[in-house]
Design a protein around this ligand. Structure first.
Ligand SMILES: NC(=O)c1ccc[n+]([C@@H]2O[C@H](COP(=O)([O-])OP(=O)(O)OC[C@H]3O[C@@H](n4cnc5c(N)ncnc54)[C@H](O)[C@@H]3O)[C@@H](O)[C@H]2O)c1
Length: 247
């Protein structure tokens, strides 16, 4: 199988895209470590996987916990890191608190840097790779979503910068930019505020008739980018969005 013997760390695996990606990699033969803040959700995911994973709860906003997650996943080496944990908060910018802005940046951006930093020595050893989760919100501005969009633009920047820095050491780093995916995060309740102009939010919706992605669609892209089939791909942002950001 494609990932036989490969050691793969997947964050955000208690739900949505992370769960589907964990299921996909286990079915393809990988030895998977799954991390998330939601320990019960991780156990549920473990029960859906073809082989028992290493289950490691962690909190992305606690950087020592991020480093401990990588250490637990890499006791015997590490081939692939899939950074999928993330959170969403949105609302009119005049009312959006600086505390909420900083929390989104910490969970969606700084933790990604810390996890990459901790994983890279192992990936240099294995000539492995990283697949980050950016977003359509990394490629365009979205009203009322300034913190989330800033956090995902920063993930794109981390991806491209690290790809350049580590290419000569044989490590590939890419990111996926999903559009609307059917997960709990995408169902984060909208702000109840008369100031919200929905036409500004919906102007770049998916164009395909069935443009909303399933988590399994995105898992396929993680597997492709992590595999040797993508051996010439690094520093790239791959959209899977039903045409959402095409125009
Ligand atoms: N669903 C979408 O439409 C969409 C679109 C573009 C990008 N994304 C990105 O995809 C990724 C996965 O999201 P999803 O849609 O599967 O949502 P989800 O809510 O199903 O999964 C997100 C996971 O991240 C975990 N998480 C949140 N905060 C954490 C923390 N502090 N520490 C550890 N884990 C934490 C949650 O527990 C959850 O299991 C996120 O990075 C998200 O920003 C989602």
């Amino acid at each position: 199988m494609e990932f036989d013997g490969k050691k793969v760390l997947i964050t955000g695996a208690a739900s949505g895209i992370g769960r589907a990606t964990a299921i996909h990699f286990a079915a393809a033969g990988a030895q998977v470590t799954i991390g998330d803040i939601n320990a019960a959700g991780l156990e549920e995911t473990a029960g859906m996987m073809a082989a028992s994973p290493n289950v490691v709860p962690y909190d992305a906003s606690d950087f020592d916990s991020c480093r401990a997650l990588v250490a637990a996943a890499a006791t015997d080496g590490l081939d692939v890191l899939c950074n999928i944990s993330g959170m969403m908060k949105w609302g009119p910018s005049l009312d959006f608190s600086v505390e909420d802005f900083e929390q989104v940046m910490k969970v969606n951006t700084t933790s990604i840097f810390v996890l990459c930093q901790a994983a890279l020595p192992h990936l240099i050893e294995s000539k492995g790779n990283i697949v980050n989760t950016a977003s359509a919100a990394a490629l365009q501005g979205i009203a009322y979503t300034i913190a989330y969009s800033a956090s995902k633009h920063a993930v794109a920047a981390i991806t491209k910068g690290l790809a350049i820095e580590f290419a000569a050491k044989g490590v590939r780093i890419n990111a996926i930019c999903p559009g609307h995916v059917d997960t709990p995060l995408a169902a984060t309740p909208p702000p109840q505020n008369d100031d919200v102009d929905w036409s500004l939010v919906m102007r770049n919706s998916p164009k395909l008739l069935d443009g909303m992605c399933d988590p399994a669609d995105v898992a396929e892209m993680f597997a492709f980018l992590a595999s040797d089939r993508a051996r010439k791909v690094t520093g790239a942002l791959f959209s899977i969005d039903g045409g959402q950001v095409a125009g």
